[in-house]
Design a protein around this ligand. Structure first.
Ligand SMILES: Nc1ncnc2c1ncn2[C@@H]1O[C@H](COP(=O)(O)OP(=O)(O)OP(=O)(O)O)[C@@H](O)[C@H]1O
Ligand SMILES: [Mg+2]
Length: 283
């Protein structure tokens, strides 16, 4: 007999490796996300968080390893297979990724039109509902260029939620939002996961937000630990982690196991090719 659906991880990544031009950006990543969890992915800039997300949504193919969504291996799927899986999840990209030539409303409607044959009147209603959820009622006729950065982010979120996905991926959903909007987006995520059983994977640098919404956390390493998971667990376990890099990151300390590379002297030496001179005109 097969396992009941609730015991099958929504996401199961095993030994994921990705190399770009021989450089290993993801180095043996394995983790599971269960239904209703909010998995936080954190780690320093450039450590591979967005790349990891792109692999999990099937927009990049791994060098090796396995990625299962809803119990199905996606690494070998063709576009039609991926489209079928994509119908079940929403994605908020780090850049917002709105189409500039379309209005806010048309951008939010995009996944609905792409994946369903609903009447325009229904689509319009769904768009209005999602814009209301992110506090943007009345902005549907504006173009992305006519709204602020934080508003673009919220339009991206409304679009990711357009089809009421079972699974939501967000890459830096709160970056560029004011503290009140961060709370609004956090509450929205929490309501969806805790009340509706939606599963979420959120990449964030915002530790307040991470500890507010996360039920599980993963931290990717830098330097010699590039592309590896250096810590995983509940928020409490991560807070209590004995790993210095984790503590440095969650407490926002400028120096620690991750060295502060750009000390002033190194910088001048590097640029000039020799150490700074005394009474140097630059200082
Ligand atoms: N298509 C690509 N070709 C070559 N290298 C890439 C490609 N995509 C990502 N990389 C490299 O992979 C590394 C990880 O990038 P990624 O965007 O995943 O970082 P990140 O953890 O999301 O950083 P940030 O917090 O700044 O968003 C970087 O060194 C980047 O240059
Ligand atoms: Mg990124």
């Amino acid at each position: 007999m097969s396992a009941p659906a609730e015991n099958i991880p929504v996401i199961e990544v095993t030994d994921l490796v990705r190399e770009f031009h021989g450089r290993r950006v993801l180095n043996g990543i394995s983790f599971k996300v269960m239904k209703g969890d909010t998995m936080i992915i954190m780690g320093g800039s450039g450590c591979g968080k967005s790349t990891l997300l792109r692999h999990v949504i099937g927009s990049m193919k791994p060098t090796s390893g396995s990625i299962k969504l809803f119990g199905e291996e996606i690494t070998g799927l063709d576009e039609a297979g991926l489209a079928r899986i994509r119908r079940r999840f929403g994605m908020l990209f780090q850049s917002g990724a709105l189409l500039q030539s379309m209005t806010v409303g048309e951008n939010v409607a995009l996944p609905i039109v792409e994946h369903s044959k609903l009447d325009p009147g229904i689509v319009d209603l769904m768009v209005k509902l999602k814009l209301e959820m992110v506090g943007l009622t009345g902005f549907e006729h504006l173009k992305p260029a006519e709204i602020s950065g934080g508003m673009k982010k919220r339009v991206g979120l409304a679009r990711a939620l357009a089809l009421d996905p079972e699974l939501l991926f967000s890459d830096e959903p709160t970056a560029g939002l004011d503290p009140i909007m961060v709370s609004v987006v956090d509450i929205l995520t929490k309501d969806m996961t805790r009340k509706l059983g939606v599963t979420a994977v959120v990449v964030t640098h915002d530790m307040t937000s991470a500890f507010r919404i996360g039920s599980r956390m993963i931290m990717l390493g830098t330097g010699p630990n590039q592309g590896k998971i250096i810590a995983t667990g509940t928020p409490e376990e991560i807070r209590a982690s004995a790993n210095g890099e984790v503590q440095q990151f969650i407490n926002g300390e400028p120096d620690g196991p991750v060295p502060l590379k750009l000390s002033k002297d190194d910088y001048v030496t590097r640029l000039l090719g020799h150490p700074r001179l005394k009474n140097n005109a630059f200082t």
